[in-house]
Write a protein that binds this ligand. Structure first.
Ligand code: ADP
Ligand code: MG
Length: 334
């Protein structure tokens, strides 16, 4: 597979009322053709800045970026023809014009040959299930329909690369599921498009993106498939075990062991107690077992309950910056 996006040492510094804000520094990565690529990072990480540079809306301060074989500075027009961009909160439609008229306007803006326009509009209307609304004023569309129209607009010129800057942020679950299924099945798998999907919500990327780049404080923290990122982590392990024996004594002795990160009692029955024991290293497990033996307890059953989710991966690479709480407060501040 060839690399359709190549970014090398890209940096952007904003000058704002005499103040200098460095948004991204020395970003280097590439995206392969036909990939569903996730760009993840908390608010303020620099995701939108990066995407605006890759879509020619913003000039880089330093570094280079090539999209679909074209340089974003030297070949601005060709890059624009190669990309579509969807952002979360766009008000880019004329409410009194119909869905079709709005799309005609954007088709003309993209220099699509006039004879091709009706067919192309019919295609995107079908793709986004908007045929019923083709001749309705866009102001009468529901929020979900407008969001789908927004995607239709970004794809009107059939670009090989699509950037989605937090597209699902304000979508209801139904619209979000519809759009994500369409991205994966139709745009990526069937049409072979390359999609860069941006989000500050991890659950959005799990089981969806082929590869993920983690951005924090304007720099790349890590990139790879979720599995590759997971392999870089220390071999931390979480065990859930059911034991017979004195629960308080067991917990106390486990806690005293080197390499035991936490012990939590999940439930206590007449004779058995269930614990979650988190270990810094899976080899500490043998010491955990030895404690049971020494206390004349009995291990009834156990299983590994590791949290190998992307959430943990990101927490590791960003110094624990991304917690559920962070995401919540980020949402509120938006
Ligand atoms: N026009 C601008 N002028 C000054 N600073 C900006 C501007 N746009 C973004 N920034 C700053 O650049 C950093 C990255 O912002 P942004 O790219 O929007 O991040 P993200 O999309 O990941 O939330 C933030 O610190 C933000 O405040
Ligand atoms: Mg942003």
């Amino acid at each position: 597979m060839s690399e359709i996006i190549k970014v090398a040492n890209l940096s952007k510094t904003y000058q704002n009322r005499g103040k200098t804000v460095t948004a991204v520094t020395n970003i280097t990565f590439s995206v392969k053709q036909g990939e569903l690529f996730g760009l993840f990072g908390p608010n303020g990480a620099g995701k939108s800045t990066l995407v605006r540079m890759l879509t020619t809306l913003l000039a880089p301060t330093r570094g280079t970026a090539v999209v679909n074989g074209f340089d974003v500075v030297q070949q601005e027009m060709q890059v624009r023809a190669s990309v579509g961009l969807v952002t979360a909160d766009e008000r880019s439609f004329y409410g009194r014009l119909t869905t079709r008229q709005n799309l005609q306007f954007y088709a003309a803006m993209q220099n699509i040959p006039r004879t091709h326009i009706p067919r192309r509009i019919a295609e995107v209307l079908e793709l986004f299930d908007l045929e019923q609304k083709a001749d309705a004023a866009t102001q009468s569309l529901s929020t979900g329909q407008k969001q789908r129209l927004n995607m239709a607009r970004a794809l009107i010129h059939d670009p090989p690369v699509l950037f989605l800057d937090e597209p699902t942020k304000s979508m209801d679950v139904q619209t979000s599921d519809f759009v994500k299924a369409l991205i994966r099945d139709e745009l990526v798998n069937r049409q072979g498009k390359t999609v860069v999907f941006i989000s500050h919500e991890l659950y959005e990327m799990e089981n969806f993106c082929d590869r993920v780049l983690i951005l924090a404080n304007g720099t790349v923290q890590a990139a790879g498939t979720p599995a590759e990122l997971g392999a870089l982590l220390p071999r931390r392990a979480l065990f859930r075990l059911v034991v017979e024996g004195n629960p308080d004594q067991l917990a106390q002795h486990w806690q005293a062991l080197d390499g035991v990160e936490s012990v939590s009692e999940i439930s206590r029955g007449m004779t058995q107690t269930t614990f979650d024991v988190a270990l810094a290293d899976e080899r500490v497990w043998f010491a955990v077992l030895a404690v049971i033996e020494r206390g004349n307890g009995r291990l009834e059953s156990y299983h590994r309950a590791d949290d190998e989710s992307l959430r943990r991966i990101v927490a590791h690479f960003s110094g624990g910056e991304f917690t559920a709480k962070d995401a919540e407060s980020a949402k509120k501040n938006n």
